[in-house]
Design a protein around this ligand. Structure first.
Ligand code: PGA
Length: 249
C-alpha cells in the first residue's frame, strides 16, 4: 500500500547510549502526531534491540542484512536475527554498500529473497552517480538497476517493497536534487513499475527521495505527486530535524 514514509538512516554514527537517547527523542516527538504514515529509524545492528525497546509509534529498520540465512559466516547478521529484535524494515542496496562493499545485484537478490521470506519490508535503494546524471543517463541507469533486481520479483512480492531513489551526487553533499529533477525520475520509476506490473501496482508503490533532504527542502520535495517521503541521512541524527521532515506533507 502506498504510504507517506520518512525513514532515517543513521549510517555508522552514534554510540549505543547516544543512539538510544536519539530514538527516545524521536519517539516522543513522533508520538505527539506527525503527518507521515510511517516514521522509521534505520540504526546500526548493535543498536537494534535496545532501540526497539523505546519505540512504539516509530518503526525500526536495519541498514543491511546478510545474504545467507544462517551458519558459518563470521561477522554477518541474518534477517532472522534482525527480525528477532522487532525490526520490520531492512534497507538494502544503499549506494555506499554497492560502492564500498561490492554489493552486486546478485547479492541484492539473495537479500531480497530472505527479507521477503521473513515477512520484513525491504527499503530498496537506487540512484545514479554524478557522471551519469551529467550525461542525462539517470533513467537508463536506474532502470538497469531495477531489471537486475526488483523487476525479477513476482508481482505479489514486488507489492511488499519500498523504493528509495537516492542520486549519489546528492548523498551527504548538501546538494539536493531540485524538486523538478526528483519528480521527473520518480515519475519515470513509477512508469517502469507500471510497464512491468501494471498501473495499480505502480500507484500503490511508495517511492522515497534521499540525498541531502532536510527540514528546509522536505516540503517542496514531498509536495511532488510521485514523491512519497524521504530516506534521510544526516538530518536523521537530530530528533527535531528528523521529525520536522516527517511533518513536511
Ligand atoms: P543524506 O543521506 O541525507 O545525508 O544525504 C541520505 C542517505 O544516504 O540515505
Amino acid at each position: 500500500m502506498r504510504k507517506k514514509i520518512v525513514a532515517g538512516n543513521w549510517k555508522m554514527n552514534l554510540s549505543l547510549q547516544d543512539g538510544v537517547q536519539l530514538a527516545k527523542e524521536v519517539e516522543s516527538l513522533v508520538a505527539k502526531g506527525v503527518k507521515a504514515d510511517e516514521v522509521i529509524v534505520g540504526v546500526p545492528f548493535i543498536h537494534l534491540s535496545e532501540v526497539a525497546k523505546v519505540l512504539s509509534r516509530a518503526k525500526l529498520a536495519s541498514q543491511n542484512c546478510a545474504n545467507k540465512a544462517s551458519g558459518a559466516y563470521t561477522g554477518e547478521v541474518s534477517v532472522e536475527m534482525i527480525k528477532s529484535t522487532g525490526a520490520e524494515y531492512v534497507i538494502i542496496g544503499h549506494s555506499e554498500r554497492r560502492e564500498y562493499y561490492n554489493e552486486t545485484s546478485e547479492i541484492l537478490n539473495e537479500k531480497l529473497a530472505l527479507i521477503l521470506e521473513a515477512g520484513l519490508t525491504p527499503i530498496y535503494c537506487c540512484g545514479e552517480p554524478l557522471d551519469v546524471r551529467e550525461a542525462n543517463g539517470q533513467n537508463d541507469f536506474v532502470k538497469k538497476q531495477f531489471e537486475e533486481t526488483i523487476l525479477k520479483l513476482s508481482k505479489e512480492d514486488f507489492q511488499k517493497i519500498v523504493i528509495a531513489y537516492e542520486p549519489i551526487w546528492a548523498i551527504g553533499t548538501g546538494v539536493t536534487a531540485s524538486k523538478e529533477q526528483a519528480q521527473e525520475i520518480h515519475a519515470y520509476i513509477r512508469g517502469v513499475i507500471a510497464d512491468k506490473f501494471g498501473q495499480e501496482v505502480a500507484d500503490n508503490t511508495s517511492i522515497l527521495y534521499g540525498g541531502s533532504c532536510n527540514p528546509k527542502n522536505a516540503q517542496e520535495l514531498f509536495a511532488q505527486p510521485d514523491i512519497d517521503g524521504g530516506l534521510i541521512g544526516g538530518a536523521s541524527l537530530k530528533a527535531e530535524d528528523f521529525t520536522t521532515i516527517a511533518q513536511s506533507y
